[in-house]
Design a protein around this ligand. Structure first.
Ligand code: MRU
Length: 391
């Protein structure tokens, strides 16, 4: 997508130096556009854990490049895989990309072939992510066209939560891809952007990237969506997901479930956009099985922003109040109108999902063995040392 008229992806290999992977450091957006160079798997693990990069697709692509850096640096690949997998628990793309790399690299014999294979695989993961998101845009566009026909040229209002835009992937985004496609076709689309406390991925990132693309949008406080739906001011909700079970339960940024409840109560269609890399083909029951990241309480106690060209952080709560910071919630499939994937739109249930992805229909036990997660329980404790502090 374009930044100041120049095309960028979120992650790429440095043009004149194959030892360096470059990425957009999202901690500084929307105030500064910073590109960071990553040279080691340790640095990549830090970038994922501390949210220089974030969002399911991009976390997967970053992990893919992290494994390339590990191979290039002669690191122990199983150790590197474990280190990367331990960074964030909820987005399934992380383990998916690492396992794909381990599998690909294992097929090469010589060290130099392993490095070449790791680089080719990292590029494939990134290219595929961008292409699948583009296709999600084509399929989702049909939904927006249908609403446009019903509204006879009036503004189409889409609500989204968090950032499932191009910054959360390699390009295009999942939830935003149909929006960009509609805007580019001249449809009068407007986006309600949930600010998404506590990290404000909506007000900082989604608002920024929509603005860069010229898409009309309005940032709203997180609790506003239900009110707007009651007034008839939301035609469609599209959100992303960090992990969706093969039965259609959707884990996404905390607060998504409440939007889905409000949408159901007001007959507003609630769609989830995802590339197939965000399906967990081993999990049947999202509420019981998906690990929910619990992040540092400081992210809730504080807010940050920019003043006089500098990042400033202020405390919002009484000094001694406890705070809890659940990163994600699970929206049960019964609240989801449909899933927009690279292969088309399906219902949020096992039959419909596996009809689109039949290659996953018969291999559940094998999948369970290969997609190993370092997080054994459903919640990652607040005291866990890998929890990131704000910005
Ligand atoms: O904690 P983050 O910023 O990595 O959150 C993940 C997300 O970006 C959202 O949950 C998003 O809506 C789905 S991931 C494309």
């Amino acid at each position: 997508m374009n930044v100041g008229g120049q095309h960028f992806r979120t992650i790429w290999l440095k043009a004149d130096d194959a030892r360096i992977v470059q990425l957009i450091d999202q901690r500084f957006l929307p105030h500064r556009f910073v590109v960071e160079g990553i040279a080691t798997v340790e640095q990549m693990a830090t970038a994922i854990r501390d949210m220089h990069v974030r969002g399911a697709g991009l976390i997967g692509a970053a992990a893919g490049y992290g494994m390339y850096l590990a191979a290039r640096g002669g690191a122990d690949l199983m150790q590197a895989a474990a280190q990367l997998k331990a960074t964030r628990p909820t987005a399934v793309n992380l383990a998916w990309a690492i396992d794909r790399q381990l599998h690909a690299i294992a097929a090469a014999d010589l060290a130099k072939d392993k490095v070449a294979t790791a680089l080719a695989t990292a590029k494939q993961i990134a290219d595929e992510d961008a292409e699948y998101c583009r296709l999600i845009g084509r399929h989702g566009l049909e939904l927006i066209h249908r609403i446009a026909r019903e509204k006879h040229g009036k503004q189409i209002n889409v609500l989204t939560h968090c950032n499932a835009g191009w910054l959360a992937f390699v390009d295009h985004g999942s939830a935003t891809s149909p929006i960009y496609a509609a805007h580019d076709e001249g449809l009068p689309v407007h986006v309600w952007v949930d600010e998404t406390r506590p990290r404000n991925q909506g007000s900082k990132l989604t608002a920024w990237e929509l603005g860069e693309h010229g898409v009309p949008h309005t940032v709203i406080a997180d609790n506003t969506g239900g009110h707007l739906m009651q007034r008839g001011d939301v035609d469609l909700v599209i959100v992303g997901t960090d992990r969706t079970t093969y039965t259609g339960d959707v884990a996404n940024k905390i607060g998504t479930y409440l939007k889905a409840l409000a949408a159901k109560d007001n007959n507003v269609p609630f769609y989830v956009a995802l590339p197939s890399s965000s399906f967990d083909w081993t999990m049947r029951d999202g509420l019981a099985e998906i690990p929910i990241e619990q992040r540092a309480a400081e992210e809730v106690r504080h807010a940050d922003g920019w003043a006089n060209g500098e990042r400033v952080e202020v405390r919002l709560t009484p000094e001694n109040s406890a705070a809890a910071n659940y990163g994600f919630d699970v929206t049960p499939r019964r609240l989801v109108t449909g899933l927009i994937t690279e292969r088309g739109i399906c219902e949020a249930n096992e039959k419909s999902i596996l009809a689109l992805f039949p290659e996953h229909a018969s291999s559940a036990p094998t999948r369970k063995a290969t997609l190993l997660s370092p997080f054994s329980s459903r919640e990652m404790g607040a005291g866990d040392k890998s929890v990131a502090s704000p910005g």
